[in-house]
Ligand binder design. Structure first.
Ligand SMILES: Nc1nc2c(ncn2[C@@H]2O[C@H](COP(=O)(O)OP(=O)(O)OP(=O)(O)O)[C@@H](O)[C@H]2O)c(=O)[nH]1
Length: 183
């Protein structure tokens, strides 16, 4: 019997520097690289996925329309916010609205990033866990907080892979696409 290849698109959405690439790097390579990525993950065998920056989209209708092309047909979206940056949560809300308006069948996961920072210093927390959890429940999303640095709670990505139908045993047959600033 011949195995059928099914590509699944999972998109990472979130404000600039929330840690989208780091999450993928943690999941794919079980590592954390300090400093912003310069599009180092490109066409790595993993998952049909797309990462793209959102920092330029605010206020630009043209760019926002273009970004819709990226998440069109996505089976799932991991909407990220940085636990130490309240504006990133506002941006996460924007992305959720976008998905609800334009990609209603896309399953949403809400992901608070950089939890190691607030574990080190609780005063850095800018988004209350329960507020984010309430928002997640309101939109029917799963919510978790994680750290790419320590790997804390990164097992959630395995659940997401399972739920979205990404076959981790088939890594060679699927793709990870990265579409970032310099493309
Ligand atoms: N302490 C800590 N820093 C993190 C974590 N995740 C990412 N960072 C740092 O946050 C910065 C941005 O991380 P990236 O993964 O490049 O963020 P991004 O969302 O892909 O950024 P853009 O491509 O600009 O949209 C880098 O300096 C990372 O080292 C984390 O879990 N803990």
């Amino acid at each position: 019997m011949t195995a059928m290849r099914v590509d699944v698109k999972v998109v990472m959405l979130g404000k600039e520097s929330v840690g989208k690439t780091s999450l993928v790097e943690r999941y794919v390579h079980h590592r954390f690289l300090v400093g912003p990525y310069q599009n180092v993950i490109r066409a790595k065998p993993f998952i049909s996925s797309l990462v793209f920056p959102t920092q330029d989209t605010a206020g630009s209708e043209r760019y926002e329309a273009m970004s819709r092309i990226y998440y069109r047909g996505a089976r799932a979206a991991i909407v990220c916010y940085d636990l130490t940056d309240s504006s990133s949560f506002q941006r996460a809300r924007f992305w959720v609205k976008e998905l609800q308006n334009y990609e209603e069948h896309c399953k949403i996961y809400l992901c608070g990033t950089k939890s190691d920072l607030i574990q080190e210093d609780r005063s850095l927390r800018k988004i209350d866990y329960h507020d984010a959890q309430d928002f997640a429940e309101e939109i029917g999303a799963q919510h978790f907080e994680t750290s790419s640095k320590t790997g804390n709670n990164s097992y959630h990505f395995c659940f997401i892979a399972e739920e979205t139908g990404v076959d981790l045993g088939q890594k060679k047959d699927s793709y990870f696409y990265s579409c970032c600033h310099n493309n």
